[in-house]
Design a protein around this ligand. Structure first.
Ligand code: KIV
Length: 270
């Protein structure tokens, strides 16, 4: 874990994250359950209960059908497993369409889970929503660049920040979110040059995914980075393990041992 946890493992707070900008890269992964959250607990600064769970865990094509109930259920599980990282609940599509709904749903997230913040997708066009939330004492992690919740309206997953105009748009988005009170911003699927410009333009940390090395931190979806999600692998995902292969091989061994009556042997029998 980060600087502060090298001494004594302490709960990561919004202040901890703010202080890390320009000092130490922030590590963030997604988690959807207590089992894995517990494994990640001592290692990362932040955990995102991402609506990506709708794809990797529910088997849906995109994130759009995730619901508040789903996000609350999984965030409760993650909070049960992880005591140290700062935990963020990803607000699902349709839950922050206007200020009233956003405050109502995010308040529910705060009341029914121990998440310390919520994440919403959108730049300047949703700065009013971020402001409504932060005005109501709900911490917000912004999310700009490629925004999976708007993949249908945007016509697909498109890398952003390819020209000067788009870089300027992204910088304006980031500044609007900072102004509205966001404590940090996820920057997804943008050219490294754009991520650098965004990171330099704001005083709050940027957390990149598919955004190169110049952001203040990195986030990856755990089932991608450990090789469990096989539907597709974006260029930016580094697979730190081949989880699917490990599971398949060991399951095959279990199957063979059961079929051959090798398992359970005496060692596993009362
Ligand atoms: O839902 C998610 O996992 C995310 C990350 C890709 C940042 O939003």
């Amino acid at each position: 874990m980060s600087i502060q946890t090298k001494k004594v493992a302490k709960k990561v707070t919004l202040t901890t994250i703010a202080k890390m900008k320009g000092v130490e890269p922030i590590t963030m992964v997604t988690a959807y359950d207590a089992l894995f959250a517990k494994l990640f607990n001592e290692e990362v600064d932040m955990i995102l209960v991402g609506d990506s769970l709708n794809m990797s865990f529910l088997g849906k094509e995109d994130t759009l059908s995730a619901t508040m109930n789903q996000m609350i259920y999984h965030t409760q599980a993650v909070c049960n497993g992880a005591s140290l990282p700062l935990i963020v609940l990803d607000m699902p599509f349709g839950s922050y369409t206007n200020e009233v709904d956003a405050v109502k749903n995010a308040t529910r997230a705060y009341q029914e889970t121990n998440a310390q913040a919520v994440k919403i997708e959108g730049g300047k066009e949703r700065a009013n929503i971020v402001k409504a939330l932060t005005d109501n004492s709900i911490a917000v992690l912004g999310h700009i660049g490629l925004m999976p919740q708007f993949v249908r309206s945007d016509g697909g997953y498109k890398v952003r920040g390819k020209d000067k105009t788009d870089i300027a748009n992204l910088v304006a988005d980031a500044k609007a979110l900072e102004e509205a009170g966001a404590f940090a911003i996820v920057v997804e699927g943008v050219k490294a040059e754009a991520a650098k410009a965004i990171t330099e333009a704001v005083t709050i940390p940027t957390i990149g995914i598919g955004a190169g090395v110049h952001t203040d931190g990195q986030v990856l979806v755990w089932s991608d980075m450990f090789g469990f999600f096989e539907a597709f692998k974006p260029k930016f995902v580094k697979q730190y393990a081949n989880g699917a292969k490990v599971i398949r091989e060991n399951l095959k061994q279990y199957k063979n041992e059961v079929k051959n009556r090798e398992f359970p042997s005496d060692k596993f029998t009362y």
